[in-house]
Design a protein around this ligand. Structure first.
Ligand SMILES: Cc1cc2nc3c(=O)[nH]c(=O)nc-3n(C[C@H](O)[C@H](O)[C@H](O)COP(=O)(O)O)c2cc1C
Length: 174
């Protein structure tokens, strides 16, 4: 599968088979996340792998009760580590770059998962503090994105997109 195929095949999966995710596949997903661009290559985020059912249930509760999250065999918690970026960039690093770094890594992880036949869904850590407790985050980290990963148990219809004519502002070269 090439990159464009993966981009167009990806869609949010919110139902998973109980089958475990093979360790080598999980490692491939994590390696893909690790190759993402980041401001000054500081990688101001941490990825926590959550497999324990009680912790996944607590993450689902922290995500406004989105129970499907807890049915995935594994959930990756992308936590921002603002201090890593703040040391070089100050407030902008803390408030913007750490989150952008984490989000770039999430996108890479999602596309790698597609290549491996796995499904994911970007889930907002609505209650950051509760999500942090559920994932056992140390001080200085904030839960940003929860990414359940598992073999899809659904094939949802494609979601629509804005046409490029609306999305893109391009005055052209004339
Ligand atoms: C910042 C962000 C937050 C999102 N939060 C949630 C969420 O909490 N729960 C959920 O089910 N999907 C969530 N999504 C997934 C979107 O609903 C989904 O990407 C969108 O509807 C487009 O569908 P697709 O991913 O299948 O293309 C989120 C996506 C983004 C980028």
């Amino acid at each position: 599968m090439n990159v464009l195929d993966a981009i167009h095949a990806r869609q949010s999966i919110r139902a998973y088979r109980p089958q475990t995710v093979e360790p080598h596949k999980l490692e491939t997903v994590l390696e893909a996340a690790n190759r993402a661009a980041s401001a000054a290559n500081l990688q101001a985020y941490q990825i926590h792998v959550v497999r324990r059912q009680a912790a996944k249930d607590a993450l689902a509760a922290a995500a406004a009760g989105q129970k499907f999250l807890a049915t995935a065999p594994v959930v990756l918690v992308f936590a921002v580590v603002p201090a890593r970026s703040a040391a070089k960039y100050g407030a902008r690093g803390e408030q913007v770059y750490a989150m952008q770094d984490a989000c770039a890594a999430v996108c890479n992880a999602m596309l790698a998962a597609v290549e491996l036949g796995l499904g994911t869904c970007w889930v907002d850590a609505v209650d950051e503090a509760a999500a942090g407790r559920a994932a056992g985050l140390p001080p200085g980290q904030r839960a940003a994105v929860l990414l359940p990963i598992g073999y899809p148990a659904e094939n949802p219809p494609r979601t629509p997109r804005r046409p490029l004519s609306d999305l893109v502002t391009d005055p052209g070269s004339a």
